[in-house]
Ligand binder design. Structure first.
Ligand code: KIV
Ligand code: ZN
Length: 387
């Protein structure tokens, strides 16, 4: 049992993240990302889907051998071949986990051509097989948020009785909403026998842009494992972003009193690395890790920031591993920011010189989206070289 104030961070960048069309990583890149995740304090790393390919099997096996701190998990469908292959890949980890899943909603049952009773039996058999191999077994009811309540309750109970130690309730298609997400976990914990003996997990997709909110709501309802990816990488609109849930729990600890083990100062570094190796650039205004997340352009904001950073920033850039806030010089910037920027560049101008440069700066900024440091220096030198 984990401390009830702790939320486990389960990173699936290398499995669900890599499933994004076009996001495949090389073997060496996967090992590198796994080792960064291990060092930053992620609790569980889902390293891949061992049955999917020889390459995935090798990557999961090697990550299992190299891991020093985290539980290493592999994914397996609810059949003996997948589960045995998964165990082969993770068994050399210091702390291995088998993660087996089946889609429980009506659409998934139809796809498998299984009745409710047949599917319930598959849940029992798959979890039992995994548990005979490994002490640490996670069971996921894929598309849980579109599964009939009574059937979800029944399969969760079967999985727990068969030995699952973590039960994951995925919002596979990003369909749920925060109130529902919290209620679903709360009800399962209240109504399923044995629920207090296992960890409940939340795994959200971002189709409606609610993955972070839904994950945090699930924690409110009693989940103690959040499944997420760096930069929110993942199929379609992606998964819950690790950096968002971790920073939300840190910054709003006053109203969400749960902690993670993640060293947040490593966030920026891994975000950039995942963007590079996956080939998925981070959108400029992405929360926490976007290029503009700590950048200010408007005069009022820049002036406020120069006087007191808390005016427009709720986190310090250093908390996510950035050295400083960036004041972007553009047409909305004011005199105070220009003076500060020029001082940083080694030009401490007298008031009348600053006024001249400011006029030329505004003129240039009207023609150019962003005025770079070199542009500013050139503007100073147009000032007859006088300083
Ligand atoms: O989204 C999902 O349901 C999944 C499962 C395999 C856990 O990724
Ligand atoms: Zn998923």
């Amino acid at each position: 049992m984990i401390d009830s104030n702790r939320v486990l961070i389960f990173d699936t960048t290398l499995r669900d993240g890599e499933q994004s069309p076009g996001a495949t990583m090389t073997h060496a890149e996967k090992l590198e990302i796994a080792s960064m995740l291990d060092e930053m304090g992620v609790d569980i790393i889902e390293a891949g889907f061992p049955i999917a390919s020889e390459g995935d099997f090798k990557a999961v096996s090697e990550i299992a051998r190299q891991s020093r701190n985290a539980v290493i998990c592999g994914l397996a469908r609810a059949n003996p071949k997948d589960i045995d292959r998964c165990w082969e890949a993770v068994k050399n980890a210091r702390m291995p986990r088998i993660h087996t899943f089946i889609g429980t909603s009506p659409t998934h049952r139809a796809m498998h051509a299984l009745s409710m009773d047949e599917m319930a039996e598959r849940v029992h058999d798959s979890v039992t097989r995994a548990r005979n191999l490994c002490d640490n077994v996670q069971w996921s009811s894929m598309d849980a948020t579109r599964t009939e309540w009574e059937f979800l309750r029944r399969t969760v109970e079967i999985a727990i009785k068969a030995g699952a130690t973590t039960v994951n309730i995925p919002d596979t298609v990003g369909y749920t909403a925060p109130v529902e997400s919290a209620d679903l976990i709360r009800r399962l914990i209240a109504e399923v026998p044995g629920a207090d003996e296992v960890v409940f997990a939340t795994h959200c997709h971002n189709d409606l842009g609610m993955a972070t909110a839904n994950s945090l709501a699930a924690v409110e309802g009693g989940a103690r494992q959040i499944e997420c990816t760096i930069n929110g990488l993942g199929e379609r609109a992606g998964n819950t972003a690790l950096e968002e849930v971790v920073m939300a729990l840190k910054v709003r600890h006053d109203i969400m009193p749960w902690s993670t083990n993640v060293d947040t100062t490593r966030i920026m570094n891994i975000s950039r690395r995942v963007a590079t190796v996956s080939g998925f650039p981070v959108q400029f205004n992405k929360a926490i890790v976007g290029k503009n997340a700590f950048a200010h352009e408007s005069g009022i904001h820049q002036d406020g920031m120069l006087k007191n950073a808390e005016t427009f920033e709720i986190m310090r850039p250093a908390d996510v591993g950035l050295s400083e806030t960036s004041l972007v010089m553009g047409k909305h910037s004011g005199r105070a920011a220009l003076r500060a920027k020029l001082r940083d560049l080694g030009h401490d101008l007298a008031e009348n010189q600053l006024n001249d440069v400011f006029v030329r700066f505004k003129d240039l900024a009207d023609r150019k989206k962003e005025v770079y440091d070199e542009d500013l220096v050139a503007l100073v030198h147009q000032n007859d070289g006088a300083e």
